[in-house]
Write a protein that binds this ligand. Structure first.
Ligand SMILES: Nc1nc2c(ncn2[C@@H]2O[C@H](COP(=O)(O)OP(=O)(O)OP(=O)(O)O)[C@@H](O)[C@H]2O)c(=O)[nH]1
Ligand SMILES: [Mg+2]
Length: 300
């Protein structure tokens, strides 16, 4: 593409084209070059070349866009998964950062988060996966992620946002928790009273002042409806980490899980905690457990 005898506008566009960093930019400047290229006989060949190049690049870009859209993000769903959704700038990344080990970019610039960001929250000796979904009003928002999450954390800065966000939840099955982040210093009492009267499950927080964060963590954990069971061996301390079970799980279920299918090897079971009549009570395999029970297995 010799640019001799071309107009200064064309030469400018060409210079920008050559300096471009991305294909999107290249495409934009190619378009400009085509526009600035003289349309007379002597430039015919050159114009044709430019157009071919433009078509090729455009095709390439469209293909990569499609494959990006169709590709699963490869997020491995944990036992307990919550997704944060909300409008841009509502504080989703700030919340993710305060709850988990993730280090998302936080900025007053709109649509800073352009792909889901995963964090892990340690709470009550359990690991909970929390994901920031990009803003609902953007192309980056991942509907599937919200639809499959166990719990949906709806982050808002004003009450009007609730209705707007609920429009995105027609196929979402998870538990919903409304989190009111008081960025604009509304009257906490009034907001809480309204949310309460509408029977929403909600938490009032102020990320900047770290208000309400512990209450929120507890609510998130409770939303999964799981119970924590510690196990122990005779004459030893209980396990530092509980195993996470569904409610109404029995001693048998726990034995199957920790002994990897060898519950038949259990000779005797003792329990401590909320489901026991007294500490160290001997129970059978079909005894139902409660949150924070400790189970001791004596095996053959
Ligand atoms: N004053 C105040 N500012 C906050 C609070 N929470 C977040 N911000 C600010 O609001 C801006 C946006 O916060 P982000 O956490 O990036 O918001 P986001 O929802 O992740 O936004 P996008 O990813 O861009 O859609 C940042 O400048 C934050 O510092 C808060 O409780 N109080
Ligand atoms: Mg963000």
């Amino acid at each position: 593409m010799a640019s001799t005898n071309q107009s200064p506008q064309y030469q400018k566009a060409e210079a920008k084209f050559l300096a471009a960093q991305t294909d999107e930019e290249r495409l934009m400047y190619l378009e400009e070059m085509i526009r600035e290229c003289p349309k007379h006989k002597s430039s015919e060949k050159m114009l044709a070349q430019l157009k071919t190049r433009y078509k090729k690049l455009k095709g390439k870009l469209e293909k990569s866009k499609k494959s990006r859209k169709g590709k699963k993000l490869g997020i491995k769903k944990a036992d307990m998964q919550a997704v944060i959704i909300g409008k841009t700038n509502s504080g989703k990344s700030s919340l993710l950062k305060i709850l988990t080990n993730a280090e998302p970019k936080i900025s007053e610039i709109r649509l800073t988060t352009t792909k889901p960001i995963i964090g892990m929250m340690n709470y009550a000796s359990t690991q909970i996966q929390i994901i920031e979904n990009p803003a609902i009003e953007s192309d980056y928002y991942d509907k599937g992620l919200t639809n499959t999450a166990d719990t949906i954390l709806i982050l808002i800065n004003s009450l009007e946002e609730i209705e707007e966000i609920y429009k995105f939840l027609d196929k979402a099955n998870g538990k919903k928790i409304i989190i009111f982040n008081n960025k604009n210093n509304f009257d906490k009492r009034k907001i809480s009273a309204t949310l309460q009267s509408k029977k929403y499950d909600f938490v009032f927080i102020d990320i900047k002042n770290q208000e309400g964060i512990e209450e929120l963590k507890e609510k998130i954990f409770q939303s999964f409806g799981k119970i924590r069971v510690f196990t122990k061996e005779p004459k030893k301390e209980k396990s530092p980490k509980p195993i996470i079970m569904n409610p109404d799980s029995t001693v048998y279920d726990v034995a199957e899980k920790v002994l990897k299918g060898f519950s038949k090897n259990v000779k005797e079971t003792k329990i401590w905690g909320p489901s026991s009549k007294f500490p160290g009570q001997k129970v059978g395999l079909n005894h139902k457990l409660k949150d924070l029970d400790i189970v001791e297995f004596k095996t053959k």
